[in-house]
Design a protein around this ligand. Structure first.
Ligand SMILES: [Zn+2]
Length: 296
């Protein structure tokens, strides 16, 4: 939607393994000396070849989990991305078939809350998930597994061997641009879900795989103009009355905090504000309350 950047938030956090994790690389290896299921790998400068958590894996679990939570509260207002005919993408395509093309603000306005944040076939995601790389050594092991058929109670597949990460920490980073304040609440909801074990990453949820502990290290907000020190402004506070109507965004789009930023930098076009881990907890509580009230 907006071509101008009014605000953004960058969240830096670590994911510490609490249980084995496996994010499968594509296909089964033809090389008999390698495990059947290998952890996905990439090559990065400084680290060489390393296992990592792709940003898309994290985005997928964030979306699935928050979609489920929102559906439990406002079922009819959240689309179904699995059943295409119930998805926002399909709804938007149907409108386009009848009328002329939809403008970017109509697409935003007519998308559900989950699509507004994570995007759909017609709408670009406003949140970016970067790949997470190891911070220090990640210990990996080979585990053996079989799949049991529920029907016959006998081995349906396997035995196969899997490479799992068992110990260590990954560094993660997500960024959101031109956000409405309730969208920060969605991110906070997902981070809590990860910490509580309600979200697992990768393969083997039934085996207890993929549980992590999240530690937010730093949050950096950026705003296109100076605003009161104890406030965080969503996009609704920046755009015109006309824009608010077109995009269906609330004018009262702000978070009132009891705290001030830990650091503030002025750049030519932006004010940057940094908050520590401890202050993120306070921001997180405020945005969750805001999200809850917004969904009523
Ligand atoms: Zn949707």
């Amino acid at each position: 939607m907006h071509k101008v950047k009014y605000n953004s938030m960058e969240l830096q956090f670590s994911l510490k393994l609490k249980s084995p994790m496996l994010i499968k690389s594509g296909g089964i290896s033809a090389n008999p000396s390698l495990p059947d299921m290998q952890f996905v790998r990439t090559y990065i400068n400084g680290l060489g070849e390393t296992i990592y958590i792709p940003g898309s894996s994290l985005k997928g679990v964030f979306r699935t989990y928050t979609e489920r939570v929102l559906k439990s509260l406002i079922y009819n207002e959240i689309c179904d991305i699995v059943v295409k005919e119930n998805s926002c993408t399909q709804k938007l395509e149907d409108i386009e078939k009848k009328n002329e093309t939809l403008s970017s603000y109509e697409i935003y306005k007519d998308s559900c809350r989950i699509c507004k944040l994570f995007g759909n076939g017609k709408l670009k995601s406003r949140i970016s998930f970067f790949d997470s790389y190891p911070n220090g050594d990640i210990k990996t092991e080979i585990r053996y597994g079989v799949a049991i058929s529920r029907l016959t109670q006998s081995v349906a597949a396997g035995p196969f061997d899997m490479e799992v990460a068992v110990n260590g920490t990954f560094e993660s980073n997500i960024r959101i641009e031109n956000f409405e304040c309730w969208q920060i609440g969605i991110i906070s909801l997902a981070l809590n879900g990860l910490n509580n074990g309600l979200i697992t990453i990768g393969f083997g949820k039934n085996r207890g795989f993929g549980e992590v502990e999240v530690n937010v290290e730093k949050v950096i907000f950026s705003f296109a103009k100076t605003l009161p020190k104890k406030e965080i402004w969503g996009i609704g506070k920046f755009i015109s009355i006309d824009g608010l109507k077109k995009y269906g965004i609330s004018k009262n789009d702000l978070i009132n905090l009891e705290i001030e930023p830990n650091k503030e930098f002025e750049e030519i076009f932006y004010i940057k504000r940094e908050y520590t881990s401890e202050n993120w907890q306070k921001i997180s509580n405020s945005v969750l309350i805001l999200l809850r009230d917004d969904l009523k």
